[in-house]
Structures are given as structure tokens and as C-alpha cells.
Ligand binder design. Structure first.
Ligand code: NAD
Ligand code: MG
Length: 389
């Protein structure tokens, strides 16, 4: 019996994780499920899976969750600290699928048990990569990537020596606006940006796919998780999203990971690792697919990719500034305060404004430094957004 916790259980990744474990309940014992305002879903899943505790990150949702779970023996808690405390409960395997930098502290807490953290929350690596890996190591814990591209790289690296890796290619669909004329992008609306050509994901990550901020995050994530130098990391447009990543070796051979666009593959790989087990995803029919296409990304269309290169080279706490500014810019775009093509300049200006912050590029920093820089960067980008309104 494997004990399991799911942080962000009510979200897109959380629900796909639940889909997998609910198919084979006798193998899993659910410890904690956490969510946000969707307490009906949280309560329903907590009951169906027999969780020990259900936690909403919002204190004002406590009463509703409590009422929904009345009569069960499931514990109920609310608030950010309660999410962290639930994450810290011993579990063999913990899914980190909270969206945004709010996922960092709970994932960090889960690692202190020395068990396995399946990491979907890319913000954890972007903001705190080196210290997160060191923290896992210090507690004898394992981090497994769940982001599809990173699961793909991880799988393409099995049995290989990192020293022979020449390049890591991360593919991108190009998002909702891949075929839009460049001039039209400035007028793109949040609802237009929130429809993805291939993947079915949460709203924020789908808009981040249209702007390629998601890919920018993934380039940084690649550098942090696999400890590869930025000049070996490439982004490549691949509209079919069937090759998720490729690893090129020093002998010219390239291992490409191919699979359907269904996050349950990457989640299932992390769930069953180091074994493989049946996962109910579509099996690809290559004769039907017939062709795969590739294109170099246009940096005028996707300025986030250039920013990512600069952030990777700067290192230290720059990733935390980048992520906070990106989250603020995304909020500003969703709220209608700034346009689609204003997001990258807001992030670049925030990086510029924060560049004088003492110790920003130091390789040694703490979790508190990350949280502090995150807050300061949000204030800085908030001011930049206000000035653009
Ligand atoms: P989502 O918005 O669908 O779900 C987010 C979850 O986090 C929900 O359960 C929500 O209640 C919870 N949450 C939100 N704010 C919170 C807070 N402040 N504190 C605690 N919990 C909070 O997001 P998603 O699409 O499932 O993505 C989750 C993470 O996985 C993100 O980091 C995303 O980048 C990453 N990811 C997602 C996909 C995908 O296909 N959806 C693919 C790769 C990586
Ligand atoms: Mg991805």
C-alpha cells in the first residue's frame, strides 16, 4: 500500500492524478488532499478516496468544507499554514500540483519526510531550483518531474550519462496564437488566449502557453532540474505536441520522447517510477499522424524565450523575480489592465528594476530570500503595471 498526498487536488493535474489512483484504490492509501474554493470537489474526492485530511487554502472556505464532510471521520483544515502542515504529514508519494509560487512552501515541507515529491509545480524549480534540490538531497528525498517536457527528458536520460548530453530540446505547440498575424497579438483577449490547440489544462498555464511564458518557465526548469548549462537548452515549435522533448548526445544520437498529449502519462510515470505500469492514455497511430512538423520560434512573437535565456544566465534569485513578475503580468492581462504583448515588457522592466537588489545573483540563498524577493518583485511589477494602465 502506497501512502499518497495530493497538493492542489482540485486542479487540472490534481484531478488527473485522482483519476489514476481511483482506478486502483486498493494500491493507495490517501493521506492529504488540498484545494482552494472548489470545496465540493475536494469533499467529494476526500470521501471517495477515504483521505485522512482535506484542506482548503482559504480560511473563509473552512465552514463550507467542514459542513460537506460532516459525519465523516475526515479531518478538515483551512489556510496556507494548514496546507503546509498537511503536506508535511508522512506520505510515500506527494503530488505537488498547486499553481503558482504558492506551491513552493508546501512542496518544500513534503520533502522533509524524505519521500518522493512528484513535481508539477514548475514555479518551485524556477524560483528556488538549486536550494530545492539541495533540500531534497539533505532529507534523502526524491523529486520526479511531472511537467510533460521534463518527464520526457527524464525518460530520455534513463541509463545515460549526463556528461554525454550535448543538447536538450524542449518542444512547444506555439499556443493559441501560433498562426495569428504578429500585429493582431496586441489585441488578443484572455478568453482567446485561454484555448489551447492541443492540451487541456488550467486557465493560467494555457494563457502562459499562448505567450510562451510557460515555455520560458520550462527552459529555466530544465536548467535547474537537470543542471544543464543554458547554452545546451533549446526551444522548438512542434505544432502536433507529440514529441515532448529530445535529448541529443555527443555521438549525434537523439532520444525523442513521443506520447499522446495527456498529462496522465507523465503523472503515471512518476506514480509508478521506477517501474512502468498501464496508464489509460491513447495509443498513437503513426500511420494516421503521418507527419510531424517543426519550426524555430520567432523571438519577436515570443519575447518570453529571450527573457528566459537572460534569467538562466543570471541565476540566483533572478528566477524568483521572473516568476513573480510573470504571475503579476498574467493577473494584469486577465484583469484587462494590460494587453497580451505588454506582459513581456512588464517582466523585463521588473527584472531591470530588481537587478539592484543586494545578492540577487548569489548562488547561495534561502527559502526566506525567495519568499522575500517574490514579494518585492510583485510590488515592483504592480507599480509597472499601474503606470501602464
Ligand atoms: P489549476 O489552476 O487547474 O489547479 C491549481 C490547484 O492549486 C487547485 O487545486 C487550487 O485550488 C490550488 N491552489 C490555487 N491557489 C492556491 C494557493 N494560493 N494555495 C494553495 N493551493 C492553491 O492548475 P494546474 O493546471 O493543475 O497546474 C498546477 C501546476 O502544475 C502549475 O504549476 C502548472 O504550471 C503545472 N503544470 C500543469 C500542467 C497541466 O497540464 N495542467 C502541465 C504541466 C505543469
Ligand atoms: Mg509542460
Amino acid at each position: 500500500m502506497k501512502t499518497i498526498s495530493i497538493l492542489g487536488a482540485t486542479g487540472s493535474i490534481g484531478q488527473s492524478t485522482i483519476d489514476l489512483i481511483a482506478r486502483d484504490p486498493s494500491r493507495y492509501d490517501v493521506v492529504a488532499l488540498t484545494g482552494g474554493r472548489n470545496v465540493e470537489q475536494l469533499a467529494k474526492d476526500a470521501k471517495a478516496l477515504g483521505a485522512d485530511i482535506a484542506v482548503t487554502c482559504y480560511e473563509d472556505c473552512f465552514a463550507d468544507l467542514k459542513a460537506l464532510l460532516a459525519g465523516s471521520d475526515i479531518e478538515v483544515a483551512a489556510g496556507s499554514d494548514a496546507v503546509i502542515a498537511a503536506a508535511q504529514r508522512p506520505a510515500d508519494w506527494c503530488m505537488s500540483a498547486i499553481v503558482g509560487s504558492a506551491g513552493l512552501a508546501p512542496g518544500w515541507a513534503a520533502l522533509t519526510n524524505g519521500n518522493t515529491l512528484a513535481l508539477a509545480n514548475k514555479e518551485s524549480l524556477v524560483t528556488a531550483g538549486p536550494i530545492l534540490l539541495a533540500h531534497a538531497k539533505a532529507h534523502g528525498a526524491t523529486i520526479l518531474p511531472v511537467d510533460s517536457e521534463h518527464s520526457a527528458v527524464f525518460q530520455a536520460l534513463v541509463g545515460e550519462d549526463m556528461a554525454s548530453v550535448e543538447r536538450v530540446i524542449i518542444t512547444a505547440s506555439g499556443g493559441a496564437f501560433r498562426d495569428w498575424p504578429l500585429e493582431k497579438l496586441a489585441t488578443a483577449t484572455p478568453s482567446e488566449a485561454a484555448s489551447h490547440p492541443n492540451w487541456d489544462m488550467g486557465q493560467r498555464i494555457t494563457i502562459d502557453s499562448a505567450s510562451m511564458f510557460n515555455k520560458a518557465m520550462e527552459l529555466i526548469e530544465t536548467k535547474e532540474f537537470f543542471e544543464v548549462s543554458p547554452d545546451k537548452i533549446e526551444a522548438l515549435i512542434h505544432p502536433e505536441s507529440l514529441i515532448h522533448a529530445m535529448v541529443g548526445y555527443c555521438d549525434g544520437g537523439i532520444m525523442a520522447h513521443v506520447g499522446p498529449h495527456d498529462m496522465r502519462h507523465a503523472i503515471g510515470y512518476a506514480l509508478h517510477w521506477p517501474d512502468r505500469a498501464d496508464v489509460p492514455v491513447e495509443r498513437l497511430d503513426f500511420a494516421k499522424i503521418a507527419q510531424l512538423n517543426f519550426k524555430a520560434p520567432d523571438l519577436a512573437r515570443y519575447p518570453a524565450l529571450q527573457i528566459a535565456q537572460d534569467v538562466m544566465r543570471a541565476g540566483g534569485l533572478t528566477g524568483a523575480v521572473f516568476n513573480a513578475a510573470k504571475e503579476q503580468a498574467l493577473d494584469g492581462f486577465i484583469a484587462g489592465d494590460i494587453g497580451f504583448m505588454d506582459m513581456a515588457p512588464v517582466v523585463a522592466e521588473t527584472l531591470d528594476k530588481m537587478s539592484s537588489h543586494p545578492g540577487l545573483q548569489n548562488a547561495k540563498f534561502t527559502l526566506d530570500d525567495v519568499l522575500n524577493v517574490d514579494q518585492l518583485s510583485r510590488i515592483a511589477s504592480g507599480e509597472i503595471i499601474s503606470a501602464r494602465r
